[in-house]
Design a protein around this ligand. Structure first.
Ligand code: PA5
Length: 444
């Protein structure tokens, strides 16, 4: 299989001065070096940089073996987590699972990514007579959404299977030594995996956070890591700027941002990539959006959203640019059929593939949007697979780290996430929040 990953900036150049991208040669190299030397902001969270190189094949085989054995004991796995603790696995499973699975090794469901009473009620009800296991993932162990879901589903599992069997069907992925989930896991003797201290949630997909659920779902985690490893080499600190896709992408985004293109839309023409975009939004939104700076990350699925967002993108406020992930080859072959009445006038497409029509929609849209004032960055992958998704993950992570340093922010913290939590705890009268409760109630 062809595994090329191609970044093309041809449809951006008319928005920039001659030589404008090349000016980023030195700043992006310095930023890349700071990531590898661990000398920049947030340097305590740079474990992800060499992760694809550092995970040994033995460790991967052990994880895959554990997952294979675990998957034989259940029909459903509920992955409980939020933000970086679930989006990577969700992105991979949505991309690789068939749309209409006829049979599954293990069907993966998600919980703890919302505070939705009806969702939790219906999930809990659904699971009552199912043979299920739980993979609860939380670095801090105290995040409200997953903690609420775990409390409920753990009880259901214990009632259904008995405490001793339930304990064997729960995996906890959390901090090595501290936090509520670590304490509970040790008390209850759950199987555990560690989220390394030096890897933040949104950079954690290639740790057990992503790898264990993906392996239990039956996918090849070694190939995912191989894809990331290949991109690790392509975006390494010693690769010259003009050959380094992460540096080029970071440079172009920054150049556009400085020209007031402040919203980036990640576009797919294959909605299996929908959750790759959700993962990407967290990565860039949490990494860059601070100190009143940062590109706002948005996403669309085309051609579906051309019929809803297409008008705005073509003619609305001119502060947006697009990054298109184009998948060259679908997995299946399907041609437009011939119809003897031809009332829909589509016979001119007969015997062309559906994908050819999609590709012309893509090309036509890219030309129209560029001509309408929307710079277009193009990323082409040959097909969707574990390997190419691994490439995409590492490419964006590296570009995000470099881009954060170009903006002069710490791309590895997320202080702003605490504001809503503090207000919510104050409003819920959480012990320890008495003073904040008093203050916030005066605002109501
Ligand atoms: O990027 C991050 O660090 C956050 O989005 C976290 O992933 C998210 O809040 C979940 O945190 P935790 O794993 O501690 O429950």
């Amino acid at each position: 299989m062809n595994e090329t990953f191609q970044l093309s900036l041809n449809s951006v150049k008319s928005f920039l001065f001659d030589g404008e991208i090349e000016k980023y040669d030195v700043p992006t190299s310095l930023a890349n070096k700071m990531l590898h030397d661990k000398t920049g902001l947030g340097n305590e969270f740079l474990g992800w940089v060499d992760l694809p190189k550092n995970i040994g094949s033995d460790e991967l085989s052990r994880m895959q073996q554990f997952a294979n054995n675990f998957s034989k004991t259940i029909d459903y796995l509920v992955v409980i987590g939020i933000g970086g603790s679930y989006l990577g696995a969700k992105a991979v499973l949505e991309a690789l699972n068939p749309y209409f699975p006829e049979k599954h090794a293990v069907k993966v469901l998600f919980a703890g990514h919302n505070i939705n009473q009806d969702y939790l009620f219906e999930l809990n009800h659904f699971l009552k007579d199912k043979n299920f296991g739980i993979c609860v993932i939380s670095k801090s162990g105290t995040t409200t959404e997953p903690a609420l879901a775990f409390r409920l589903l753990k009880q259901t599992l214990e009632e259904q299977a008995g405490k001793a069997s339930a304990q064997k069907k729960i995996i906890a992925i959390t901090d090595e030594s501290k936090g509520a989930l670590r304490s509970l896991a040790e008390k209850e003797n759950y199987a555990t995996y560690v989220i390394p201290d030096d890897v933040g949630g949104r950079y954690s997909v290639l740790t057990p956070v992503g790898l264990i659920p993906i392996a239990i779902a039956g996918f090849d985690i070694a190939k995912l890591v191989d894809g990331a490893l290949q991109m690790h080499a392509e975006c390494n600190v010693n690769v010259p700027f003009d050959k380094n896709p992460a540096a080029q992408y970071a440079a172009v985004r920054n150049a556009l941002y400085l020209k007031s293109f402040e919203t980036e839309i990640l576009v797919n023409y294959n909605d299996k990539l929908h959750f790759i975009a959700e993962w990407w939004k967290q990565l860039f939104g949490e990494s860059e959006g601070k100190e009143n700076k940062g590109i706002f990350p948005a996403s669309v699925d085309f051609s579906t959203d051309l019929h809803s967002m297409g008008q705005y993108i073509q003619e609305g406020k001119r502060n947006i640019f697009e990054t298109v992930i184009s998948v060259k080859n679908p997995h299946h072959h399907l041609e437009v059929t011939k119809d003897k009445d031809n009332l829909d006038k589509l016979n001119f497409l007969a015997e062309q593939t559906i994908d050819h029509v999609n590709k012309m929609a893509e090309l036509g849209t890219r030309i129209a949007h560029t001509e309408g004032g929307v710079p277009n960055i193009l990323i082409e992958i040959d097909h969707i697979s574990e390997f190419t998704i691994g490439q995409i993950f590492y490419f964006f992570e590296k570009a995000c780290g470099i881009g954060g340093y170009l903006l002069n922010v710490n791309p590895f913290d997320q202080p702003g996430v605490e504001a809503y939590k503090n207000n919510m705890f104050a409003l819920l009268n959480k012990p320890g929040f008495e003073k904040q409760s008093e203050i916030i109630r005066k605002k109501l």
